[in-house]
Design a protein around this ligand. Structure first.
Ligand SMILES: [Zn+2]
Length: 411
């Protein structure tokens, strides 16, 4: 099965090979081919070039991409897309000035999401999550990471991870699962955090590994949640079972969690709204990708990750949505890219690199996804007729995507 895209206004993010993520000033470059064609064969990018050099192909279906841009699909390396119910009442209560405690009493917060999830059947949880996945795929997401962490009991955490596994089986895009049992301390362990960590380390992680339900381990390393010491303990336990760390850190406070993550060879450190010079130093010469989540900053009204500081330090940067019911009820990568440009002062080239190549690295799929490279999966975005790729972040909040392809198939 072959498909040819012809008369592409610009083929974007064309790379001969992608061995490493892009760092610092490298992120300013976004290689393109004007007036191009691209051939998809057996779900992969088979060949591409300039229209003037178009060879003749037989038995191919044609897509006329006149006036349109073709680029690699977005890669969302940080989401909590599997959850039960929504929390819009909490959102309204917050607007009306209720305190955090009052909201928790009325049924808000992570703990209440956990109660709702524990009460929801695996089938119902799957149906709700599959709907969200289909929604984000239509908005250009062609690979996704999904975390547990709204279960907070062994049974409910395993239920979440089984739902992720089922999504992985039923949808053709890459899906990676992260065990985030250390998302919050459940109420029954309110005064016994170590007791919960014992359960997590001695029971949850071994069971998750035994059923092969996760690739990564995560922890919310933050004042009032889990300490750096707890982080070392959980990451070490995860690594013993082959789960590489990808952690929530530096959202509200810098407490040296990044250093801890790097010490455990974390694949990524995510959030980073607050960054100290020590944190930037810890990331230098590491294989750990910093990941910013600007939609979360928008929704909560907290600072945005200091992208310029991170890039000026010569570090790489990836972008993701953090799609979750509490702080980011939105999985739109196009909005993330706009916010990165508008609020974090990234230019469109940097933002697109952060949402494709570097995001692929943050999901460990850079050898197969994230760029227009021969042999990579044909996970593609075809835009509407727009004047330039910079128009996408500029004209924020609108949909500029004509169609999305996963393994060469229109979704
Ligand atoms: Zn998150």
């Amino acid at each position: 099965m072959k498909t040819i895209f012809k008369n592409i206004k610009q083929l974007v993010q064309v790379r001969e090979e992608t061995l490493k993520p892009l760092r610092g000033s490298e992120m300013k470059e976004l290689p393109i081919i004007d007036n191009a064609w691209l051939l998809v064969e057996d779900g992969k990018i088979a060949d591409f070039g300039k229209m003037q050099d178009l060879p003749s192909f037989e038995g191919v279906s044609e897509v006329d991409a006149s006036g349109k841009f073709l680029l690699p699909g977005w890669i969302d390396s940080h989401t909590h897309l599997v959850y039960a119910g929504n929390r819009e009442q909490e959102f309204i209560d917050r607007i009306n000035g209720l305190t955090y405690e009052e909201i928790a009493e009325k049924g808000g917060g992570i703990v209440n999401s956990a109660i709702k999830l524990q009460e929801t059947s695996e089938e119902e949880l799957y149906l709700q999550s599959a709907r969200r996945l289909e929604e984000v795929m239509k908005m250009g997401t062609t690979a996704i990471e999904i975390k547990s962490g709204y279960g907070l009991t062994t049974a409910a955490e395993l239920k979440m991870l089984r739902v992720i596994k089922k999504l992985k089986e039923n949808y053709k895009l890459p899906v990676k699962a992260t065990f985030l049992g250390a998302h919050a301390i459940p109420p029954e362990y309110k005064n016994d955090k170590d007791g919960y960590l014992d359960l997590l380390v001695n029971e949850m992680i071994p069971k998750v590994a035994e059923e092969g339900l996760a690739e990564y381990v995560d922890i919310f390393c933050e004042k009032g949640y889990f300490s750096v010491e707890d982080t070392h303990r959980v990451l070490e336990a995860g690594q013993k079972y082959g789960l590489r760390p990808k952690i929530h850190v530096n959202q509200f406070n810098a407490i040296s969690g990044i250093k801890a993550a790097v010490a455990h060879n974390a694949l990524s450190v995510d959030h980073l709204e607050v960054m100290e010079p020590d944190d930037l130093d810890a990331l230098e010469d590491s294989g750990t990708m910093p990941v910013a989540l600007p939609s979360c900053s928008l929704f909560l009204g907290i600072p945005y990750s200091p992208a310029r500081q991170i890039l000026d330090a010569g570090l790489p940067l990836a972008l993701a949505t953090d799609y979750n019911p509490g702080s980011t009820p939105n999985g739109n990568m196009n909005l993330v890219i706009s916010l990165a440009c508008i609020k974090m002062k990234m230019n469109p080239e940097e933002a697109i690199n952060a949402a494709t190549i570097n995001a692929a690295y943050a999901m460990d799929i850079l050898d197969t996804h994230g760029s227009i490279t021969k042999g990579k999966a044909a996970n593609l975005i075809l835009t509407e007729e727009i004047p330039s790729y910079g128009f996408m972040p500029y004209s924020f909040g609108a949909n500029h995507i004509h169609s999305v392809y996963i393994n060469g198939k229109n979704v």
